[in-house]
Design a protein around this ligand. Structure first.
Ligand SMILES: [Zn+2]
Ligand SMILES: [Zn+2]
Length: 344
């Protein structure tokens, strides 16, 4: 079968591999119908995910149809349409029992697919611990609507959730890339008093203004003053940093009011510095990524009910054989791209 594979630092390539087989009774094989490219794939390519294993098929955002299940799987059968979760998790260890599935202690736990084991930019994928890692897609939800459930949308949902947002809050979201927009979709469900989105790209600012009429939009240069003028307590009550730059990391704490919660969703390429003397007395609470991706069923229900819609993020679609062109456009942010769908 055709796969897109991590060869070495800076190099991915299309190559043929055997179709995956069931190894453990808790595995399932999924025929991938639609996958996507995530910024984390680019982080693998550029060497900022040291645990990524050369030779693995990349891709951890996908939907498909169950092709085969192991003898230990009772809740799924061949033919079921499913979302594939970015994280595999056992459901039994200390971390899983507390909902912290990103830190599942199982050898296959956490972000394995498309990082430590073969992922989904391929025709088929083997999903370990499939009873937890696959969710059935409701009949009224399309593959396009479900495509981001297991990864970027799971991240947005989790980020909105841990930020403890209430009805009186002014929420600042920094970054309107794919994860930023998914975060915005989920923050809206908390009905805060105000949402402000900070984004440097004029194209992406326009996308937010066109699609989310209740949201205020600002550039990074004007962000701090704008947030102070448009909040009740001289700063945002909740800040969600999704952009991942050194400048935006600083902006996050600068725009927060005293005693605010700052949720750092972004994955940085480099260490960041908190200037603690300057921040002293601001008494901020920081929460950091990555996603505990175990709310896919709730997210699918919200999509089914029409409360979340991320199909507008899919600006481009390619066949798997043309995935190199898809990567080129996504990586260079050409042609107004937000997300690319890759069809089998
Ligand atoms: Zn991802
Ligand atoms: Zn676990």
């Amino acid at each position: 079968m055709l796969t897109y594979t991590y060869i070495s630092h800076g190099k991915f390539a299309l190559m043929e591999k055997p179709k995956p087989q069931i190894i453990e009774p808790t595995d399932a094989i999924v025929r991938v119908t639609l996958s996507s490219i995530c910024t984390s794939d680019l982080h693998i390519k550029h060497g900022s995910v040291p645990r990524a294993v050369p030779g693995i098929t990349v891709g951890h955002e996908m939907v498909g149809v169950v092709d085969e299940v192991g003898t230990g799987i009772s809740t799924l059968k061949p033919g079921d349409r499913v979302t594939v979760n970015v994280e595999t998790y056992c459901g039994e260890c200390f971390f899983c029992k507390n909902g912290f599935v990103n830190n599942c202690t199982n050898p296959d736990g956490g972000w394995a697919l498309g990082c430590r084991i073969d992922g989904g930019q391929a025709e088929y994928v083997r999903v370990p611990l499939a009873q937890n890692g696959l969710n059935k897609i409701p009949d009224n939800v399309t593959d396009e609507q479900a495509l981001f459930v297991g990864d970027v949308l799971a991240t947005g949902y989790w980020a909105a959730d841990i930020s403890e947002i209430s009805a009186d809050d002014t929420v600042l979201i920094i970054g309107a890339g794919p994860t930023g927009i998914c975060t915005l979709e989920c923050v809206r469900l908390k009905n805060p008093k105000r949402i402000i989105v900070c984004e440097k790209s004029p194209e992406r600012r326009k996308f937010v203004l066109d699609n989310y009429h209740e949201v205020l939009v600002v550039t990074p240069e004007n962000c701090e003053n704008f947030v102070k003028e448009n909040s009740d307590h001289n700063g945002a009550d909740r800040v969600l940093e999704v952009a991942g730059g050194t400048d935006t990391f600083q902006l996050a704490w600068q725009c927060a009011r005293p005693n605010a919660i700052v949720t750092v969703v972004a994955l940085y390429d480099e260490p960041q510095t908190l200037p603690l003397p300057q921040m002293y007395g601001k008494n901020l609470t920081f929460k950091t990524g990555g996603v505990d991706g175990c709310h896919c069923e709730e997210i699918l229900d919200l999509i089914s009910a029409g409360k979340i819609d991320t199909t507008k993020l899919i600006t481009h679609c390619f066949e798997l054989k043309d995935i190199e062109e898809a990567y080129r456009i996504f990586e260079n942010k050409e042609d107004g791209v937000i997300k690319v769908a890759v069809r089998n």
